[in-house]
Write a protein of this length. Sequence first.
Length: 317
Amino acid sequence: MIERGNEPIHINMDESPIPRSFGNIRGNRGIKRKRDHVPYRGVERLDHGDQRGQLSFVGFACSNKEFQDCLPMIFLGNEHMLTQELTENIGPLPNGFALWAATSGWMTAQTLKCVFRALHDSVKHLLAKREIILYLDCAKSHIGLAQSASAAMFGITLVYVPSRLTFLLQPLDVYIFARYKCQLRRSYTRRRCMTARGTITKHEWIHLVIDTAVAVFRGVDFAAVFARCGVTFDQGLLNDQIVSYLQPLDITVFRECESIDDADIKYLGGGGITMAFTHIRTSLTSREVLPDLLALGDVVGLSLIHISEPTRRRGIS
């Protein structure tokens, strides 16, 4: 809980995969040709490992610009992607950026504890009368007593974005990562076009990844992004998609059904969202079910459409 008189600092953390190559994205098409009778043309030459290789970008975004310029940006990779030779020769990184090599290139519970420490250390000089509220998704590695205890040790309050709603409510998912990957893809393609054989080394690729992150995450005010996702207390700036999902819902009841199941009763929202009842199995007539439906509507604020009398078949009509 935030202590009385302290200012909450809203920070969002999320991970996103950064592929070694953008050449195999869906939608690309090519023509197989014999190479004996045609002049050389530049093609992308990557071994199988590099084609499948990637880094996990642990990104942070904050509604406070002062904090944003200090937040850590961490790139996780396995020992094959981030070799000791590569990390030693990559050169100095921008302030707050780090390459972490481990057995796995994915977030784990142990890695998350180190991320909490890095977050606290990067902004501790700004925490007078301020407390961090960290928003993150419900990934398995994020949830647990050990993770909560570790966050509490560094004065971080965890708030979890519900599963299947990160596309709507998480600033990094909704706006920021898409912007970052779009710029990275453009920079990657531009750099390839400048080389004689259309390839870039792993060193060059990592510098592209980091330089693009600097351009997207540093010197930027994300306050409006957080407000559009409903994270801050200013609800007047919610984006249209969230507003559409908050419209009153109708219950549509299909006629002549044998029982109420997943396909019989659905909530249809103004934004097109569809959620169905699950684990409901009954053969009650509409006279018996209608009071329960009306009570449900009163509880959750649904507007019910007219439910007519039963038809000759048993079920809801």
